[in-house]
Ligand binder design. Structure first.
Ligand code: 4AD
Ligand code: MG
Length: 509
């Protein structure tokens, strides 16, 4: 091999016309009569490499044709501009060699179920979809730091091993701290408040833990949360900051991650709407909308539900026809490959039909849940789903009933039955991505709440001290990174938004 420079695939555009070297893995291979096309991935990107029989000879062509998925290879060749290719370039191969073999790679090209893929998460991470998602995750993390640092916030860390609950005792992971019970942190907020009194504006950015025994698309047992906490901020100023943060991050992704979003086939329109102001509704108003009593731009949640029902019925009809057709066709197909493919199609169609039939059966239940939403309760997935689909930007719901919110929330000055909490809900049915608000500053009121929530008083003495020594108004919030990323990328499931998800039923790989 000649001494040409080794480059990252992501930089190939700068090397058009020149000879370079890349090392990576075989992501795909396709052979025609005289050419083997290898899609090489090196972690920084994907590039098509052309092994031409006329240039490299029969033997090299035959060996290249045998390359299996995820074989590690080194390639030397010339970079050519080609607008049709990903990255706008391809490599005309001059030499290539195997660095390490790969046999029976388990993730084939055909569609796998999500459980199989998660079981193989250590390998699945190499594929395009996770590649795009993780690069957007990285971009968001970097820009979150940028956003707060530029506004004079200090990043400080809260402990993960704690003696107290922050978000209620039902979702604590207990562990043993030298013979004493300790809990994995549900939120860095309480420590964030202490640090805000010491440094004015801070943010905690770390892993948080919730023992959620639920397998929903929105819940992880371990997730990352960024939690700013600001001395002297009111609820209104906090809502302004939340809005500015989310808008800034989404605009940055739209500008810098176009390729990643296109790989994910994410429709950018809902993200582009982020320029518009985010509506702010009280809990009471949100309840009226959820119940279908108050339309948004001429439409109610019940109208949406009726539309859904109609769409699903149409889809069911289409799948039933497709299944009927396939069942008629298959016995007459003699080519085995073609028959297997049709059988696969049939299985997939039946799965979809089954799912749709289940959904349609749930619709009367959802209608009931929306229409008769009990005032004073927290919103569930279906409520948030239909509420947010009526808007084309995130919305903020504030002034919540005391009963359903955490002990630290500040009492509303006008009515003690309410607290000055706020949730941000993402559109397209995604729902809550941020929770926060103003914190109680009155030591007696806080003590009453600690007792009402049956939290251990002794352990909260340090937290009460923050109200004994110069108690000032202060506020903060927590943005769940995976929930936010799932919305930005248009993912069905938060499990795809973290490299190695932890949730009820999964601790490996
Ligand atoms: O609404 P939460 O429980 O609020 C707090 O923890 C506050 N102490 C934050 C603060 O004010 N500093 O959680 C905040 C966010 C949610 O809006 C959601 O995005 C995310 O954390 N979240 C989860 N994400 C994934 N899986 C779970 N089980 C989550 N629980 C909360
Ligand atoms: Mg919440």
């Amino acid at each position: 091999m000649c001494p040409c420079p080794e480059v990252d695939v992501q930089d190939l555009k700068q090397w058009v016309g020149q000879c370079i070297r890349v090392r990576g893995w075989v992501a795909n291979r396709r052979t025609t009569k005289n050419v083997v096309f290898i899609v090489l991935r090196d972690g920084t990107g994907f590039v098509q490499c052309v092994v031409d029989r006329q240039v490299l000879g029969d033997e090299s062509y035959r060996q290249a044709d045998k390359l299996t998925l995820e074989t590690a290879i080194e390639i030397e060749g010339t970079v050519r501009e080609d607008a049709r290719q990903i990255g706008g370039v391809e490599i005309q191969v001059r030499h290539w060699r195997v660095l390490a073999p790969s046999r029976d790679y388990p993730i084939a090209k055909k569609a796998h179920g999500i459980d199989f893929l998660l079981e193989n998460r250590h390998l699945w991470l190499r594929h395009r979809r996770p590649w795009a998602i993780m690069r957007i995750r990285n971009r968001l993390i970097m820009q979150i730091h940028q956003f707060f640092q530029a506004r004079g916030f200090l990043q400080l860390d809260a402990p993960i091993l704690t003696a107290n609950a922050c978000e209620g005792t039902t979702t604590l992971f207990e562990t043993d701290f030298f013979g004493e019970p300790a809990y994995l942190s549900q939120s860095g907020q309480l420590y964030g408040e202490a640090m805000a009194m010491a440094f004015k504006r801070i943010y905690v950015f770390g892993p948080t833990f919730r023992a959620e025994k639920s397998k929903t698309r929105r819940h992880l047992a371990e997730f990352w949360m960024v939690e700013p906490e600001m001395a002297f901020y009111t609820l209104e100023e906090t809502m302004d900051l939340m809005e500015e943060l989310v808008r800034t991050l989404v605009l940055d992704v739209l500008q810098h991650c176009t390729f990643e979003l296109s790989l994910l086939e994410r429709d950018p329109t809902p993200l582009q709407n982020i320029q518009k102001p985010f509506p702010r509704l009280t809990y009471d108003e949100a309840v009226r909308i959820i119940r279908g009593e108050q339309p948004v731009n001429g439409k109610t949640t019940l109208d949406l539900l009726a539309e859904d029902e109609q769409t699903i019925q149409q889809q069911i009809h289409q799948y039933q026809q497709q299944i009927q057709q396939l069942e008629k066709e298959i016995p007459h197909i003699h080519n085995e490959k073609k028959r297997n493919w049709k059988i696969h199609e049939l299985t997939v169609a039946k799965e979809h039909l089954h799912e749709l039939q289940q959904t349609v059966r749930n619709i009367p239940l959802w209608r009931e849940q929306l229409q008769h939403f009990p005032y004073g309760e927290d919103f569930g997935g279906a409520h948030e789903g239909y509420l947010t689909r009526l808007f084309d930007t995130p919305i903020m719901v504030y002034r919540w009933p005391r009963e359903i919110k955490a002990f630290y929330m500040k009492e509303d000055e006008q009515d003690p039955r309410y607290v000055k909490g706020v949730d941000m809900l993402a559109p397209e049915g995604y729902g809550e991505i941020i929770g926060g608000g103003e914190r109680e500053t009155d030591v007696e009121k806080l003590l009453t709440q600690i007792r009402r929530h049956r939290l251990p008083e002794e352990i909260f003495q340090w937290y009460l001290d923050l109200r004994r020594f110069g108690s000032v108004p202060h506020s903060g919030f927590g943005l769940g990174l995976e929930r936010f990323l799932a919305w930005v990328c248009g993912l069905k499931h938060v499990r795809e938004a973290i490299p190695f998800p932890r949730y009820y039923g999964r601790l490996t790989p």
